[in-house]
Design a protein around this ligand. Sequence first.
Ligand code: BES
Ligand code: ZN
Length: 472
Amino acid sequence: MRMSELAPASLRASKRSVAAQRPAQVASSLLPQLGFTGKTAEMRPGLRSILGVDTLEPSQQTYFQGQEDSVRSIARISAMSAAFAVTLSAAAAMPAFNELRLIETSAALAKLFQASLPDEVNALGEPNQSPVQMLVQRRVLDELARLVHAHTGRCGGFIDVTDESVSTLARARAALKRKAPASFPDLAARREDVVRALDQIESANIEAFVRAYSGNFSTRHASSAEGEQAPKWLAAQWKKMADDAGRTDIRVELVDPPRGYRQNSVRITIPGRDVMLPAVVLGGHLDSINHKDGSLAPGVDDDGSGISALTEIYRVMLAGGFRPKAEVRIFGYAAEELGLFGSRAIAERYSRENAKVRAVFQLDMVAYPGQSRTLTFIDDHVNTELTTWTEQLYGLYVGGPVRHDSCGYACSDHASWDRYGFPAVFPFEASDSEMNPRLHSTKDLWDEYLDAEFAARFAKLGYAFAAVLADE
Ligand code: BES
Ligand code: ZN
């Protein structure tokens, strides 16, 4: 039986009954739903190898004997809107299951993965409809990343969603479905207070801050010792700025690291005068990575530039005594480069707690102007109305050429928010064809190819975004 043929009701029934049954019974009721029919030998060859069932011999029952505890937490099986997913991360004591990961990717890449590693990956649900969930062997994750790179010239392409609980996934799906067309304030005339504040944005500050930030750490890789220090340094800087401005109402806090990591995200909270209003969120990722030429990862453009532009927005807010009607939050996200982990944990929590967010603004790579110096709105994993509105905002307050492009995958933290149904927008420095060639290498330094004036345009846009949305 293929998993895609399973009825949701039977999956739910099996989940309810797992804890109550004896291990041997669990084996016989659960395994068929994972694609086992009768003896292990009758399993589809792909699944057999994915599940590592050779370790289950001689019989399923023996394998499950004495595994009652892990059986309890075995598999959270649930029906998801169109597809069915099986998450197996909790099955720590079960070698076969522990080596499985659940990933989410596009239909095109799912096809590529299936064709290249038929024995190690298995699509769940409808494989022609993005996103596709796949059960894969943990050991082939690097190989999948390599395949994506070889075929698309890009990294990423899939995210590991094993640790997201099924209820969370279900909620995310629901949120995405219910995504009502959002509406944003009328942009007829410029506001004088905003225009005055934008004049205070200084490109030189953006360059200086990113030099200091990247100069302090040889890498900000989320799993490195230095990468653990980076958010602490950033939080100290941001805290000092609030202190120096006498803003005891502003909180700067370390956010717990995403599961499996030790790198914190950082959060600035500028309280709103009206606590009932939904918050406005700005953010960028604080980590860096080297995929090309060693372990040094200065990450100046990616994404020191975004962190630095956010810092300049925040500086101008402090200088002008910004006290918005709605709460404004500024995030430095952890572990983006390893799979959007920091932002996903944050968006997941907001969703779980039913937090209200008006709009999310992502800054990731804002200093490399390419040949055409054109601000590029990314069109996938974002909210279309918010993107149109932000483009108008840019025309009104900043001005300059814009265009649209897409990443083709969940390429930065905006996608985490979008995943949980929060409206997000992602203005980016260049189109795909003019991509910064120093990305993810030791050469992502401040050099003649970077342009602080160009980065300042993004900072101005971010300030206007926060001011207009939070102080309508
Ligand atoms: N800054 C990049 C994302 C990016 C690159 C956006 C080029 C638009 C154009 C980001 O930090 C990154 O590298 N993301 C990963 C994906 C992530 C899920 C690991 C990527 O693009 O490979
Ligand atoms: Zn980035």
